[in-house]
Design a protein around this ligand. Structure first.
Ligand code: B12
Ligand code: SF4
Length: 563
């Protein structure tokens, strides 16, 4: 999906989606697969998808979707269907797995719930006539019932894979058809060493997605995966494990294995729990540094105990000595990481319903003082989390526009402050913190910074003008402009043109707003040079199809098709 959010400015960070290549690597060999991560073409989504569908003429198109990407995903489904009406569309990832219902009225043929490698492999086999759709765990599929309305069948859940037996093959990085993944100028890739977590933070989707469990790949497989990423050009690797610090002894052994294999010249990024690092930092942190770890995302969540209780995140943020709780682990963890020359990405959540301006400011001040890169978010009600159920019960969800569920837009009512004020406090504090990190990046990647410092500053300070810098207008005006820019940024692809018809439905307010945005994006976006497709016109669809069949070379397929 092309959708990105505030803390991942695409000028500096374009990370590949690990799911797509893992799925590609686990289909039967005779399929041609093309992986297109649209984060790489945010400004030409429609053109790129159109070109790829023409070039690859896919039988199946798969999409990996987070909740804030749902609207874009639906628009893309319409586009793909218009380009190739008979194509099968499969969706998977966190959003379709946890809110399957929402996808049943979209132009979707299959929903893969939970882990996808085996389910998608079995699905492609069934579509080739080997086996029945009914026996594929984790699959939702349609059954035509004779009447117009097809009935959706939801097969039983698939149990999480235990990973030990190397049955899940390595990702297929060759399948990528777009280029440009980067982290601060160095080519980046993602690998996994484990899946799952046994904690149950109230805001996290992981438990509902796969239960409370933790399974790990063998070190041989992990090292092979790192070598494969390196062979494909990666100089930086993000370990996307849900919680690698859950088993600290294993993590230490992994660091040793990376060092022994001579793979420690790569820059590694990882996310970890403060308690694990605080409690084991004496041995763990020097080892991590020696293995090449550079940035560590710390799930600090909040520095105030009352908020940690609210987020159900006290346990993972507690420091212990001799088996006894001795307070919040955050400072201790940060100290270990800094002492060993690693950088801290500080994951904080501010703006919970009971937060006050003071409590938010205390967290922002903490971030300013101690973290190297702020990753501050607002509580966001993703499908099926305990927090969402709670917010819903209390009627606290103010904003149901899912495309704004990117973590940096407050959507849940606060007792003390308007939502805009919460966002303003975060926005204002973060810009300085981000700018302050530039010299650190400059020392590590001077060419990248020298070439991009202007674009990075423009992104960080978007909304501000010379008048703001000179103090001739208030920051609030710049903030209002920033919010408007952000709203437009979310229009990665136009809605289907049916929105241009007069709207008279229950949702007419939202739709007419979408229509306005579509109109304004048409004026300004580079896409507007070409007229938008009439996605629902059968006549045009068939013309497109003719264009497709006459001009499509039998190149790679978007997802899978027989050779
Ligand atoms: C690593 C990670 C990131 C990384 C890397 C993202 C990337 N490009 O890969 C970074 C730090 C950049 C990131 C950012 C964000 N993330 Co994130 N991230 C994760 C994390 C930790 C692991 C995801 C992963 O790669 N797993 C490994 C792969 C192999 O597994 P998978 O993605 O689940 O895919 C499997 C199945 O889902 C399925 N599947 C997936 N897609 C498809 C598609 C098809 C067709 C099929 C058949 C199957 C299928 O099969 C796959 C293989 O088994 C998760 C989970 C967690 N514990 O927190 C959150 C998570 C996915 N992130 C989340 C969110 C919200 C975000 C952000 C919006 C904000 C934030 N909270 O940080 C940003 C937005 C990023 C952007 N585009 O700008 C949420 C999503 C919740 C939701 N309902 O949408 C999660 C679940 C965390 C949470 N809050 O609970 N994230
Ligand atoms: S520790 Fe991390 S992965 Fe585990 S439940 Fe909490 S936020 Fe999710």
């Amino acid at each position: 999906m092309p959708d990105s959010f505030e803390h991942m400015p695409t000028v500096a960070i374009r990370m590949p989606n690990g799911a797509l290549t893992s799925l590609a690597g686990n289909l039967d060999e005779h399929h041609k697969v093309a992986v297109a991560d649209l984060i790489l073409c945010q400004r030409s989504v429609r053109e790129t998808v159109t070109r790829l569908v023409r070039e690859t003429d896919p039988d199946i198109v798969g999409m990996s979707i987070m909740t804030f990407q749902r609207r874009t995903a639906e628009r893309l489904m319409h586009l793909v269907r218009a380009l190739k009406p008979g194509v099968k569309i499969v969706v998977g990832g966190y959003d379709p797995s946890l809110d399957t219902e929402a996808y049943l009225s979209m132009p979707v043929d299959f929903v893969v719930r939970g882990e996808g490698e085996v389910t998608l492999r079995e699905l492609t086999r069934a579509l080739e006539g080997q086996g029945s759709l009914h026996f594929i765990s984790g699959l939702s599929h349609k059954q035509s019932s004779g009447s117009d309305q097809a009935k959706w069948i939801h097969n039983p859940q698939r149990a999480p894979h235990r990973l030990e037996d190397n049955d899940i093959r390595l990702p297929k990085r060759n399948a990528r058809v777009l280029k440009g993944y980067t982290l601060l100028g160095r080519q980046v890739d993602v690998i996994e060493t484990s899946r799952g977590c046994t904690f149950d933070c109230s805001f996290c989707s992981i438990i509902e997605m796969r239960g409370r469990n933790f399974f790990a790949y063998s070190f041989d497989r992990v090292l092979d995966d790192i070598r494969d990423a390196q062979r494909h050009g990666a100089r930086t690797i993000f370990l996307v494990d849900d919680n690698i610090t859950l088993n600290v002894h294993r993590f230490e052994a992994l660091c040793h294995a990376i060092i022994d294999a001579g793979l420690n010249k790569i820059d590694y990024f990882v996310q970890g729990m403060t308690s694990a690092i605080a409690n084991h930092g004496e041995t763990l942190a020097p080892l991590m540094r020696k293995a090449g770890f550079r940035y560590v995302f710390l799930g600090i969540e909040n520095i105030l105990e009352s908020d940690l209780v609210f987020l159900q995140a006290s346990a993972k943020n507690t420091a212990r000595a001799n088996g006894k709780k001795i307070g919040n682990a955050t400072l201790q963890a940060i100290e270990y990481l800094h002492k060993n020359n690693m950088l801290v990405v500080g994951g904080l959540i501010v703006g919970s319903p009971g937060d006050t301006a003071e409590s938010i400011k205390a967290n922002l001040e903490f971030a300013r003082k101690y973290v190297d890169w702020p990753y501050i978010q607002h509580p966001t009600p993703y499908p099926k989390t305990p927090m969402t159920a709670d917010f819903r019960r209390q009627g606290l969800i103010e904003n149901e526009r899912l495309e704004e569920y990117d973590g940096t837009t407050p959507v849940v009512r606060n007792e003390n402050l308007p939502l805009d004020e919460i966002e303003y406090l975060r926005w204002k504090a973060e810009r300085g913190m981000k700018t302050r990190h530039i010299p650190t990046v400059l020392r590590h990647d001077p060419w990248f910074v020298l070439r991009n410092v202007g674009r990075m500053a423009t992104f960080t300070y978007r909304g501000s003008t010379l008048r703001t810098a000179l103090g001739l207008e208030s920051d609030r005006r710049a903030f209002a402009r920033y919010q408007e820019i952000r709203r437009k940024e979310r229009e990665y692809i136009e809605p289907p043109q049916t929105f241009c018809d007069p709207v008279d439905s229950a949702d007419s307010k939202d739709e007419s707003q979408e229509r306005r945005l579509w109109a304004s994006s048409k004026e300004k976006s580079p896409l507007s040079l070409q007229p938008p497709l009439v996605w629902h016109s059968p006549q045009q669809s068939s013309l497109l199809k003719k264009g497709l069949t006459s001009s499509s070379p039998d190149a790679a397929r978007i997802s899978s098709t027989k050779r």
